[in-house]
Design a protein around this ligand. Structure first.
Ligand SMILES: [Zn+2]
Length: 213
């Protein structure tokens, strides 16, 4: 697959070190389903990280830390999500959040050509799916926080370029853009936002918060 837009190294390092926020971790893991290059990078970082840990002198655990560790070992492992195999190629890391396949998602409509599906929101960071019919324009907006968008199917374009399946866009407060869904099939994105978007159009200003943007 021809991936043009990757997470930068600091994001991959945080992911490899287990330091990613859950929503950012989900978007990186989903990108890696599409991207062999980033899978290789993360595998290498994990190997180097493990090697560094081996060189550190072993520090004795305090009694309290040891008890906490032993207590955790006694906890039952979380039950794996029992989902039947995907019928439409939905990335496995995403399926527990959807409760199944992309083709089973019950979308919430906003207008004739846009739909969304909230996944979760924790510590002010929200993850959702967005779906736009071909040619849909989202509307000019800037960002209070950071908006990360991973294309799952279809594609979109804006002033920064074109994005297809597996491509990741990270937009911050400096970017003002109006993504337009490419012609052809619906554009479905996994979107993670750290703060509500700032829309310029009045209707969107009113509707945005209602829809959880
Ligand atoms: Zn990549």
């Amino acid at each position: 697959m021809n991936i043009r837009h990757h997470p930068d190294e600091s994001l991959l390092l945080a992911y490899a070190g287990g330091a990613s926020d859950e929503a950012i971790g989900l978007i990186i893991a989903t990108h890696m389903v599409f991207c062999a290059q980033c899978r290789r990078s993360v595998a290498l970082m994990e190997k180097i990280g493990g090697g560094l840990l081996d060189t550190l002198p072993a520090a004795p655990l305090s009694a309290a830390a040891r008890d906490a560790l032993l207590a955790r070992l006694d906890e039952p492992a979380p039950a794996p999500a029992r989902l039947p195999p995907s019928r439409d190629g939905t990335p496995g890391v995403l399926r527990p959040y959807l409760g199944g396949d992309l083709s089973d998602v019950r979308w919430r409509r906003m207008g004739p050509s846009l739909a969304y599906k909230p996944l979760f929101k924790r510590d002010g960071i929200s993850a959702k799916l967005l779906r736009g019919a071909p040619g849909t324009e989202v509307g000019h907006h800037t960002h209070r926080g950071q908006e990360s968008t991973l294309v799952l199917s279809g594609g979109f374009s804006d002033i920064t370029g074109s994005y297809g399946p597996g491509d990741l866009q990270i937009a911050d407060g400096n970017l003002r853009h109006s993504p337009i869904a490419d012609p052809g099939e619906d554009c479905i994105n996994l979107a993670v936002t750290t703060a509500p978007l700032k829309f310029e159009n009045l209707i969107q200003k009113i509707a945005g918060p209602l829809f959880g943007f």
